[in-house]
Write a protein that binds this ligand. Structure first.
Ligand SMILES: Cc1cc2nc3c(=O)[nH]c(=O)nc-3n(C[C@H](O)[C@H](O)[C@H](O)COP(=O)(O)OP(=O)(O)OC[C@H]3O[C@@H](n4cnc5c(N)ncnc54)[C@H](O)[C@@H]3O)c2cc1C
Length: 286
């Protein structure tokens, strides 16, 4: 299929992008941000969305930086997946994101797709939203009323629904820089490498003697948003992986989808937790 007709505008600056996003055509059609286009263009071609105007943000300067400041790693929205994959800063200070990157699509998609696009699109089976949640990260947003910061816990609202309004531009994400006691783990099941996951798990914790503190488990592909698993987190903090797997029954109730039944996903969630739990616990000091 071909997309419905749309207009195109290249934003010169963040302010210009926000102004363009507020414009509407005569029929009242809306405008949409265009970043890497790897998800948006597919939805246009399938006519799942039909915006009147695409606002291309690729020429806005300063949105593709990766910087370490104030104990946080800030990753600009226009950072391509491939740049993040190759980044020494991310490998060193945000190792969970480095673990997840090779699982996102294929090299051609990673060359063009952006971190900001992935977070804004908020596909429930995507890796990066779950990493952001596991890392207790935050999202920087610019909109008509100025800038604001939204914690990952509050950003993912529902299926493909986030705290972004139609006139907002996501400008960066920030995650706490990993310290000596930071542990992270990542695993996913996909039918083929590079496909969206049937189920996946991103996790972060702080090693504390023989246990773990501040365990954050973020599942993807098992609900409408990335999902925390608080009962399993509490059990894992005591180092008991099997108790954590049992606790998942109270944490998750995955619906059936085109990839697998809810029962299969529930089973996979346990298998993933055994793998990721070992990654978190085996690295702790004895
Ligand atoms: C075959 C295929 C396989 C894929 N497999 C995976 C996978 O396994 N895992 C995975 O996570 N992803 C996968 N993707 C998606 C890929 O990661 C996309 O790059 C990503 O989801 C969207 O990033 P983008 O920059 O291309 O955004 P776009 O496609 O340009 O935009 C996506 C949406 O986000 C909005 N948006 C984009 N940037 C901003 C911004 N800065 N502020 C506000 N709104 C914004 C757009 O308006 C649009 O609604 C796959 C894509 C394809 C085509």
């Amino acid at each position: 299929m071909k997309p419905a007709p749309f207009a195109y505008a290249r934003a010169r600056s963040l302010d210009h992008a926000i102004e363009l996003l507020g414009s509407r055509d005569a029929a009242g059609g809306d405008a949409r941000v265009l970043a890497g286009g790897q998800s948006l263009i597919a939805t246009l071609n399938m006519r799942l969305s039909h915006p009147a105007l695409l606002v291309d943000i690729n020429s806005i300067e300063g949105l593709d930086r990766i910087v370490l400041k104030d104990g946080q790693v800030e990753i600009g929205a226009l950072t391509r997946h491939a740049e993040a994959e190759r980044s020494n800063q991310i490998a060193r200070h945000a190792p969970l994101i480095a673990l997840a990157m090779p699982h996102i699509g294929h090299p051609a998609i990673r060359n063009r797709g952006t971190l900001g696009g992935s977070i804004a699109f908020a596909d429930p089976a995507a890796e990066l939203p779950a990493c952001l949640l596991a890392l207790d990260g935050e999202v920087e947003i610019a909109g008509p009323t100025g800038r604001r910061t939204v914690k990952a816990d509050d950003f993912f609202k529902s299926l493909f629904e986030t705290a972004l309004t139609p006139r907002d531009v996501l400008t960066a994400i920030r995650v706490p820089a990993a310290g000596a006691s930071t542990r992270c783990g990542f695993a996913e099941f996909a039918r083929r490498h590079g496909d969206y996951a049937m189920a996946g798990l991103a996790a972060c914790a702080q090693a504390d003697g023989r246990g773990l503190n501040n365990v954050r488990l973020a599942y993807f592909g098992v609900g409408p948003t990335p999902m925390r698993a608080p009962y399993a987190e509490a059990a894992l903090a005591h180092g008991d992986i099997e108790a954590a797997v049992a606790a998942l029954a109270d944490d998750l109730d995955p619906p059936d989808d085109v990839q697998a039944t809810g029962a299969v996903k529930r089973h996979l969630a346990g298998v993933l937790l055994r793998r990721v739990g070992r990654q978190l616990l085996e690295a702790r000091p004895s």
